[in-house]
Design a protein around this ligand. Structure first.
Ligand code: GH3
Ligand code: MG
Ligand code: MG
Length: 461
């Protein structure tokens, strides 16, 4: 292109008062347009070879010149371009804004404009173009000579941009990008709807720190302790630059999950999802599990520890007893003539009687380490850690008395009231003899048999 200009001839600046300037976005505003010999030839060569579409349009908005790139872009031959009207190239009716821009340019109110336009090729195909329009006027009377339209096909970028914008707008999650200084660069609408109390602040240009402060003031999040607000803001700002997943509990009961990923430029990208349903389901499940576990350890009728759980507790206490060389006692409590009780008063009354006995047992054996369990049927068992034979006998006797003291009518029993027989056994922690938990149970069972044989309503060791 340089070869087109005679380099030996100095380029002369046009008079600065001249009106015939190529103002507008197409020309650098600071530089005055130079005029040089053979200028028309230079311009023609430049325009014809320019990689972007260029056209000259007259005041009637009719194309009077187009370069090859312009013709190619719109799918016309060079000859076909001449005489086309701008309106033929633009898709659909021109928007009011587009018409105004063009009129203002023709009328000399503006020097130029730049806009994205939807254009139509000869074959009907539509594409996005970026147009830069500027005016060339008669330098004496200011009359419009030509409009210069430069068009770049930006369809690929625009399509990608549109797809990206669509994805951002329609994704279920909130997405936000902060720059390295924690200033909001971009976010989608969901980012605002997820935080309604600070939605007005969550816009490009906002500082993350300001958003957090406003969020505290609005009581948007749960779990920020009074007096620790500033520390929380610092911590939350710092978390913006570390890969991490975290949960946010909102005052309105919703749970959000935030996934933060630092970006290459030192900023951060966060995706925030509403996980309320999952979170509540998780909590429900955990609660249900706790409840199930509890149920698995508890006897349904009396609310005491059940047999399974008793076995576990006994093994544990037995090991502890061996380890610490401390005594461990067991009481096996059996209701006397209970079959007859059921026969006389009915099964329901029998159940109520068992519940009452369970309550009394629980009340009589109140040390934290004591375990009272329903062993099965009308039999109960108590584990008494660090309790000697003497202590076990005393406790057993107090239990026996407490139950007899209820004076529950029992016509089928020798005493005429509900009584229990208790077999007690004690392990001395392995100090004098080797034994097992099963031995301890067996010994209590034997003692119980003795108590029954000796006339019931009594304690045997
Ligand atoms: P003993 O004085 O020798 O212990 O006589 P007993 O009748 O208590 O002994 P036995 O083992 O013959 O009978 C136990 C009865 O306890 C049988 C059963 O009807 C009753 N029983 C066991 N479990 C339950 C229960 O959950 N509810 C009720 N109502 N009765 C039960
Ligand atoms: Mg029994
Ligand atoms: Mg019995």
């Amino acid at each position: 292109m340089k070869g087109c200009v005679d380099s030996n001839r100095r380029l002369r600046r046009r008079d600065s008062n001249s009106k015939a300037t190529m103002k507008g976005p197409g020309a650098p505003r600071s530089a005055k347009i130079v005029s040089f010999p053979q200028s028309e030839e230079v311009l023609r060569v430049v325009m014809e070879n320019a990689p972007i579409g260029m056209a000259l349009v007259d005041a009637d908005r009719t194309v009077v010149y187009a370069n090859q790139s312009y013709a190619d872009m719109f799918g016309y031959s060079l000859a076909e371009c001449i005489g086309l009207r701008v309106a033929d190239l633009v898709h659909g009716p021109m928007t009011t804004q587009a018409q105004e821009q063009l009129s203002s340019l023709v009328g000399g109110e503006i020097e130029g404009y730049r806009a994205d336009r939807r254009y139509r090729r000869k074959n009907g195909e539509l594409f996005w173009g970026l147009v830069s329009a500027s005016a060339v006027r008669n330098h004496r009377n200011g009359r419009l000579l030509y409009l210069i339209l430069q068009v770049v096909d930006i369809d690929k970028q625009k399509t990608t941009e549109t797809r990206l914008a669509d994805a951002l707008a329609n994704m279920a999650d909130a997405l936000v990008v902060y720059d390295p200084k924690d200033q909001l660069v971009m976010c989608n609408e969901q980012y605002r709807t997820m935080f309604p109390k600070t939605a007005h602040l969550r816009r490009p240009g906002a500082w993350f720190r300001d958003i957090l402060r406003a969020s505290i003031e609005a009581g948007e999040e749960v779990g920020i302790r009074p007096g620790e607000e500033e520390a929380w803001i610092e911590k939350t700002c710092a978390s913006l630059h570390v890969i991490g997943d975290s949960f946010i509990q909102l005052g309105d009961g919703r749970w959000l999950q935030s996934r933060v990923r630092p970006t290459a430029d030192g900023g951060s990208l966060s995706v925030i999802s509403d996980v309320t349903k999952i979170r509540l389901a998780e909590q429900k499940l955990a609660e249900l599990n706790r409840r199930l576990e509890e149920l698995a350890r508890i006897d349904g009728l009396t609310g005491l520890t059940n047999r399974r759980s008793f076995d576990e507790a006994l093994r544990k206490e037995f090991r502890r007893s061996v380890r610490n060389k401390t005594p461990l006692s067991l009481l096996l409590v059996d209701v006397d003539r209970f079959k007859a009780f059921n026969d006389a008063y009915g099964h329901q009354a029998g159940d109520d009687c068992l519940k009452t006995i369970g309550r009394v047992l629980k009340k009589s054996l109140q040390r934290p380490a004591d375990v009272v369990a329903r062993y099965g049927g009308e039999e109960f068992v108590a584990i008494l850690p660090e309790t000697s034979a003497q202590g076990a006998l005393e406790l057993a006797e107090s239990v026996r008395r407490a139950i007899a003291g209820l004076k529950l009518e029992h016509s089928g029993s020798e005493k005429g009231i509900v009584t229990v027989s208790i077999g007690a056994s004690t392990f001395d922690g392995g100090v004098t003899r080797a034994s097992t938990a099963a031995d301890l149970v067996k010994a209590a069972d034997d003692a119980l048999y003795d108590a029954k044989a000796a006339g019931r309503d009594q304690v045997c060791l």
